[in-house]
Design a protein around this ligand. Structure first.
Ligand SMILES: Nc1ncnc2c1ncn2[C@@H]1O[C@H](COP(=O)(O)OP(=O)(O)OP(=O)(O)O)[C@@H](O)[C@H]1O
Length: 457
């Protein structure tokens, strides 16, 4: 790390010489000036971490006012630069005034070299850490704004979507807890992010936690944090998601997958608005806006005794239900065009168009995987197409399954239907057996057995 640069301002030449002699071997650069009128131009030339500033410049005048004047000038021009005042013995009151005006410390003349060096080093370090904090703050600001720029647009014009967006706009301004429900891939996370963007917490972050993906043993440490030594692997203090989301939004996805015994722990934190890290007994207040999402029917889970009713009431002050894509009419085509543009540009096939018959096919399909499935279907078609026209055969859509269709394919055997349901659930949750099993309403072990039976591994 750089040792730092120091500017010494004193009208007494012998003071300048003595200080320069003492400090020049300890720091990168030491500049001495006897005329304070040069301060501004010197500050413009070199990044100084410290200015050692005399309090009185005119002989016979010892009000200290001139020193305070120059202190203000330096602090206005370079707020991160530390200023240590040099003052004669007996001017302690003046020195205290200087501290009130923003000086870091003061040195009494005649000084003790060791003490002076310690004071100067501490002041340089303070300035350097101020600089680092500013850099981190700036980086955080830049990161936030780049997240903002990555904000995804919510595409669609259907009245069903407009109704949802209307509710989103109203609720975003408040701090109420929101529960977003809907089938897989309907855009629940997108809506949660939109609520955050439109809220007054927009300058802070949204922390997203997939409750279906956290193992039970790590639940508390992930959400509430831990202190060093709280358990074998706790090698250092770690903040949990609640603390990280402080002043922002906490998005708990797949809340319906949270085991019952962990629901009470979550409820306690939501009720008390404070978290205690594992291994600590010091609760910390947390200020978060909570948005939860699930594809499961929570009231039904409450009836089955699988979800706490008091937790449901705590999280669903406002309930936003996202319509499945098949109920959003022309939005299928609006979204298809949007994804076509995105992937045609990504794969350098900007001439691509979807023909009428293919549009018909997209409109008729029931989209069990909703918008996520539509996006994948378009991307696949763009990659595989050989011409500039996308035709029905370019879209590989899954055979209709019983879950979301409303119409059953009665020619299928029970076993075929089971296989397709399992395959659809696995597609909806790539790599997430827990979530796929939850969607099917069976245990992970049963799902593994069935995957083996149907050769779906
Ligand atoms: N209206 C929309 N406009 C544009 N893209 C959308 C829209 N709705 C959803 N998407 C996109 O579809 C994908 C799935 O959305 P998202 O992850 O928000 O759904 P989800 O309901 O949270 O899914 P899951 O239940 O599987 O977690 C994302 O890539 C998202 O950006």
């Amino acid at each position: 790390m750089a040792k730092g640069n120091i500017l010494i301002v004193d009208d007494n030449k012998s003071v300048l010489t003595a200080l320069e002699f003492l400090l020049s071997s300890e720091f990168d650069k030491v500049v001495c000036i006897s005329n304070p009128n040069q301060i501004n131009s010197e500050l413009g030339k070199t990044p100084f971490q410290l200015v050692l500033l005399d309090m009185n410049f005119k002989t016979g005048v010892n009000t200290g006012n001139e020193g305070i004047y120059w202190l203000h000038q330096i602090k206005t021009q370079k707020p991160d630069t530390s200023v240590v005042m040099i003052t004669a013995y007996g001017d302690v009151e003046l020195a205290v005034n200087a501290l009130k005006a923003g000086a870091t410390d003061f040195v009494l003349k005649p000084w003790d070299n060791t003490k002076l060096l310690a004071t100067v080093k501490a002041a340089v370090q303070l300035s350097q850490s101020r600089g680092e904090v500013n850099t981190l703050k700036q980086r955080e600001k830049d990161l936030k704004s780049s997240f903002q720029n990555n904000r995804k647009h919510i595409i669609g014009t259907s009245p069903q979507l407009m109704k949802v967006l209307n509710l989103v706009r109203k609720v975003a301004k408040t701090d109420t807890n929101v529960l977003v429900t809907g089938e897989n891939g309907t855009g629940k996370e997108l809506i949660a992010r939109e609520i955050h963007h439109l809220s007054s917490r927009n300058d802070e972050i949204l922390v997203s936690v997939d409750m279906g993906a956290i193992s039970e043993s790590l639940f508390e440490s992930e959400l509430f944090g831990h202190i060093k030594g709280a358990f074998t692997d706790a090698k250092e203090n770690r903040a949990g998601k609640f603390e990280i989301a402080h002043r922002g939004t906490l998005f708990l996805d797949e809340i319906g997958n949270l085991p019952l015994h962990l629901q009470s722990k979550l409820l306690a934190v939501l009720q008390n608005r404070e978290v205690t890290r594992l291994g600590s007994n010091q609760p910390e207040p947390v200020d978060i806006r909570l948005v939860c999402a699930t594809n499961r029917n929570l009231p039904a889970l409450v009836k089955e005794g699988l979800f706490r009713e008091d937790l449901l009431y705590r999280i669903n002050t406002i309930h936003i239900e996202l319509p499945p894509l098949r109920d959003r009419g022309e939005d299928v085509l609006v979204l298809a065009e949007f994804f076509l543009k995105k992937y045609a540009s990504k794969y350098n096939k900007s001439q691509l168009k979807i023909n009428n018959q293919a549009q018909e096919k997209l409109l008729k399909y029931n989209w069990p995987g909703n918008i996520r499935e539509l996006e994948h279907a378009i991307e696949k078609a763009v990659i595989l197409s050989d011409s500039n026209i996308l035709k029905p055969d370019d879209f590989f859509l899954r055979p209709v399954t019983g879950t979301n269709t409303g119409s059953l394919d009665t020619s299928m055997s029970l076993e075929e239907m089971e296989k397709q349901l399992i395959s659809a659930a696995l597609d909806n949750h790539p790599g997430n057996i827990t979530a796929a099993a939850a969607q099917l309403g069976i245990t992970r072990q049963t799902l593994y057995n069935k995957m083996k039976k149907f050769n779906l591994e």
